[in-house]
Design a protein around this ligand. Structure first.
Ligand code: NAD
Length: 408
């Protein structure tokens, strides 16, 4: 069971040299008990260090397996200072009552800028011209070189990245159309079209910004490339599985498409030592980048802010909004109250037991919000500050309790 601690007793372990912004956010919020390590730790070192930590911040190299999480007796929260969370056993973390946060939107601008730059480069035929000059050639022709002004950009998926790209592209004089499964309010003069096919038939450049879902896997294959305009361009900086690469290669081979820019692939090398294999390697008119759409200094800085702010909101208020593995609960604070956080097994009757126990003790609940996810329920309750110790004692007696904490 975890009791409320003074802020200087709440221990943060930050690994893998997360951005300094994280330290600033934590310090500004009054958290000073921070161990900052520039590297990742091997499993034995990690198990030793994590024992005393209440919060751990990692990037992609630290493996938080079930074994490591079970050894982390005091751990109440994990922050992934990156986008992906597959380095953490999310189910184990949930069962242990540990919310996991990440920073899914810190690199939106970085991706949008890259796609915009690629649009201009592809329209001018620069990748091919650049390759020829590198080999000693000199192709000065304006054939197949165009300005982007007045051309139609077709954005598939009008979310954070797609909508930001839309604004940037319009500022260059492009006409923007988009397709999304939801009706989305257009920014600027962009126009939502009724279907993917409609977009494919109108766009000079098609760019994907959809999530990796069963219905987006393989969404661009031969049938879709055939529906694009002759000589159109194609960009994918979303997820590798969305495109059938052999069909894209065929569309480039036949000159149906004049160029492409691909940042994500169905199969990507796991490290710099592994060779990148793809039928796209042979095309000079294809920009190939190693999944770096979101990799900029600015994105790292934003990630430092975003995840550290989530740490502070969880520690100060019990707010789990946007946690990737945990029930999302947030309620505003009221003066004169103490907040209780109760993480429990999700079985029928827990809430009624708690409410009955509080009623027996004459504890008035001022606010209450509960959500469940899988086998775990998360209950946030505000009670009169004079009642919080009594309420905490009663919560500890509820048999399904995984963790309970009071915030002052
Ligand atoms: N290349 C990189 O380094 C990099 C970096 C960040 C994000 N990404 C990827 O970019 C993609 C978009 O990210 P985001 O932050 O804009 O996501 P988002 O969730 O904000 O937006 C996705 C949009 O796609 C729409 N959508 C879902 N299914 C669709 C379908 N079948 N057809 C049309 N629209 C559909 C959704 O309604 C939503 O509007 C994600 O796949 C993300 O993983 C890549």
């Amino acid at each position: 069971m975890t009791l409320s601690l003074q802020k200087d007793k709440i221990r943060f372990l930050l690994l893998e040299g997360v951005h300094d912004n994280a330290l600033k956010v934590l310090n500004d919020a009054g958290y000073t008990n921070i161990e900052y390590i520039k590297s990742a730790l091997d499993e034995a070192e990690l198990i030793e260090k994590i024992k005393d930590a209440h919060f751990i911040g990692i990037r992609s190299r630290t493996q938080l397996t079930r074994k490591v999480l079970e050894a982390a007796e005091k751990l109440i929260c994990v922050g992934c200072f990156c986008i992906g969370t597959n380095q953490v056993d999310l189910d184990a973390a949930l069962e242990l009552g540990i919310p996991v946060f990440n920073a899914p939107y810190s690199n939106t601008r970085s991706v949008a800028e890259l796609v915009l730059a690629e649009t201009i480069m592809l329209m001018r035929g620069i990748p091919e011209k650049n390759a020829v000059v590198h080999r000693g050639g000199w192709n000065k022709s304006a054939k197949d070189s165009y300005e982007v002004r007045g051309k139609t950009l077709g954005i598939v998926g009008y979310g954070s990245i797609g909508s930001q790209l839309s604004v940037l592209a319009e500022s260059l004089g492009m006409k923007v159309i988009y397709h999304d499964v939801m009706t989305k309010l257009p920014l600027g003069n962009a126009v939502q079209v009724g279907s993917l096919d409609e977009l494919l038939g109108q766009a000079d450049v098609v760019t994907l910004h959809v999530p990796d879902l069963p219905n987006t896997r393989g969404m661009m294959g031969k049938e879709q490339f055939d529906k694009m305009k002759d000589g159109a361009l194609f960009i994918n900086a979303a997820r590798g599985g969305c495109v059938v690469i052999d069909d894209l290669a065929q569309a480039l081979e036949s000159k149906k498409l004049l160029g492409a820019a691909i940042d994500v692939f169905p199969k990507e090398p796991k490290s710099a030592d592994e060779e990148f294999i793809s039928p796209l390697r042979k095309f000079d008119n294809v920009i190939l980048t190693p999944h770096i759409g979101g990799s900029t200094q600015e994105a790292q800085a934003n990630i430092g802010l975003e995840v550290a702010e989530k740490f502070v909101r969880y520690s100060d208020q019990g707010d789990t909004t946007s946690s990737v593995n945990f029930p999302n609960v947030a309620i505003p604070f009221a003066d004169g109250t103490h907040r209780l956080l109760h993480i429990h097994q999700n079985v029928p009757g827990v809430l009624s037991q708690i409410n009955a126990a509080f009623a027996d003790d004459g504890i008035n609940i001022i606010a209450q919000s509960m959500m469940t996810k899988g086998d775990v329920g998360y209950l946030v309750m505000d009670v009169d500050d004079n009642d919080s110790q009594k309420a905490l004692a009663r919560l500890k007696t509820i048999p399904q309790t995984i963790r309970v904490r009071v915030l002052f």
